[in-house]
Design a protein around this ligand. Structure first.
Ligand code: NAD
Ligand code: SER
Length: 340
C-alpha cells in the first residue's frame, strides 16, 4: 500500500485536532496541516509538514500545492455561525472564496497527478432554516432536501459551498472542448453541533452544550444563552471525526449523493443541564437566553434524518446521549481539568 498525502486546512481547530491525532496513529499517511494560527506544538509533532497562512492567499496555497501531491483534502477552515453573523463579509470571503480557492487547488492537483483528488467537506445543520418554532416542532427530523432555506450568513455559505463542490465534481467548465468533470471526488457531511472533551469551540451557536460541560468541569458558573426547551442535534467529537473518515473511505460506487446528514443524539438544553449536573452535582448553570442567538437556534432542526448515510456508507454513531457522557465526555473532561 502506498503512503497517502493528506492536506488538512483549519487543522488547529476542534475537528482538526481530532483528525490529526487519528492520522498520527496510522502508518502510510503524511499529514500536511495548515491554519491561520500557528499550530500548537503537540499537533505540530504529529504532522509531516505544518504551514501557517490564510486560505484567501492564493500565492500561499500555490506554494503548498507545488510542494506536495495530495490524495485527499480535508477542508475544515471556516468562520462559525455566530462569528459569521457578526462579520458577514469576512465570513463570506473565508467560507465561500476560501472554499473556492481550495477547490481550484484540488482541480490543479488532479490535473497534474492525472487522477481524482478526494475533497472532504464538513457542512452543517446551519444550512436549514425553519421559519418559526411551531414549524420546527412539526417538521421533526429533516432529510437533506427539506427546509434548506438558511437565515444566517454561515448557513448560506455552507449550502452554497456544498453546491460549489457538486459543480466542481460534475460540471466544472462544462463548455470546454474537453470538460474536466469528475476530477474532484467531492464528499460532504452535514454535522450537528460537535462536543469535544479536549477543546472548547469559539464563535459557534451550538457552543452552549460544550460550554456547559467544560464550565462545570472547571467549577465555573455558566450562564446558558438559550432557552431550556431548545433542541438541536449534537454529536461526540470522536463520532464526528469518524464520520469524515468513514465517508472518505467509502467506495465511490456506493455513494448516491455528495451530501449526507449524520445524526447522533438530540437533547433539549434542559436535558443537557440535567446530564451535566449528574456528573458535576455542584455545577451552577442558569438559563439567560440571548434572544438574538436563540432566533438562529429556532431555525435549526430538532433532529436530522441520516438514513442516506446509513444506507450508502454504513454510518452509525458509536455514542448515544448516555454513552457520550458516560464513556467519553465526563471521564475525559475530568482528566483534562483534573476535576472530581
Ligand atoms: P474551529 O473554529 O475550531 O476551527 C476552524 C479553524 O479554521 C481554526 O483553527 C481557524 O484558525 C481556521 N481558519 C479560520 N479562517 C482561516 C483562514 N482564512 N485561513 C486558514 N485557516 C483559517 O472549527 P471546527 O469546529 O474545527 O470546525 C471545522 C469545520 O467543521 C468548519 O468548516 C465548520 O464549519 C464545520 N462544522 C463544525 C461544527 C462544530 O460543531 N464544531 C459543526 C458543523 C460544521
Ligand atoms: N456548530 C456550528 C455552529 O454553531 C454549526 O456548524 O456554528
Amino acid at each position: 500500500m502506498e503512503t497517502r498525502t493528506i492536506l488538512i486546512t483549519g487543522a488547529n481547530g476542534e475537528i482538526g485536532h481530532g483528525l490529526v491525532s487519528y492520522f498520527a496513529d496510522h502508518n502510510r499517511v503524511r499529514v500536511v496541516a495548515m491554519d491561520l494560527n500557528t499550530m500548537d506544538d503537540n499537533t505540530r509533532k504529529k504532522c509531516f509538514k505544518v504551514y501557517a497562512g490564510d486560505i484567501l492567499d492564493t500565492r500561499f496555497l500555490d506554494s503548498i500545492s507545488t510542494a506536495h501531491d495530495f490524495d485527499v483534502i480535508y477542508h475544515l477552515a471556516a468562520l462559525l455561525s455566530t462569528r459569521a453573523e457578526r462579520q458577514p463579509t469576512i465570513a463570506h470571503k473565508v467560507n465561500v472564496d476560501g472554499t473556492l480557492n481550495l477547490l481550484e487547488m484540488a482541480i490543479t492537483q488532479s490535473r497534474l497527478q492525472g487522477k481524482d483528488v478526494k475533497f472532504i467537506y464538513p457542512s452543517s445543520i446551519a444550512v436549514y432554516g425553519l421559519p418559526d418554532i411551531e414549524t420546527k416542532h412539526r417538521a421533526g427530523r429533516l432529510n437533506e432536501e427539506e427546509w434548506t432555506e438558511p437565515r444566517t450568513m454561515y448557513g448560506i455559505n455552507k449550502l452554497y459551498s456544498e453546491r460549489l463542490g457538486r459543480y466542481y465534481m460534475s460540471f466544472y467548465r462544462q463548455l470546454d472542448a474537453n470538460p474536466m468533470g469528475g476530477k474532484i471526488d467531492f464528499r460532504c457531511v452535514r454535522f450537528p453541533g460537535l462536543i469535544s472533551a479536549f477543546t472548547l469551540p469559539t464563535g459557534g451557536t451550538s457552543d452552549f452544550a460544550p460550554e456547559m460541560l467544560h464550565y462545570a468541569a472547571k467549577s465555573e458558573r455558566y450562564n446558558c444563552f438559550v432557552r431550556e426547551d431548545t433542541r438541536i442535534p449534537f454529536m461526540a467529537m470522536p463520532d464526528g471525526v469518524n464520520a469524515l473518515l468513514k465517508l472518505e473511505a467509502a467506495e465511490r460506487s456506493s455513494l448516491s449523493s455528495q451530501v449526507y446528514n449524520v445524526g447522533s443524539f438530540s437533547p433539549t438544553a434542559h436535558e443537557l443541564k440535567a446530564r451535566v449536573k449528574k456528573a458535576f452535582p455542584s455545577a451552577e448553570i442558569e438559563f439567560k437566553p440571548d434572544l438574538k442567538r436563540q432566533v438562529i437556534l429556532d431555525t435549526w432542526p430538532e433532529d436530522v434524518d441520516d438514513s442516506r448515510a446509513r444506507k450508502d456508507w454504513g454510518w452509525e454513531p458509536e455514542y448515544d446521549f448516555e454513552m457520550a457522557f458516560d464513556d467519553y465526555l465526563v471521564p475525559a473532561v475530568r482528566e483534562f481539568y483534573g476535576s472530581k
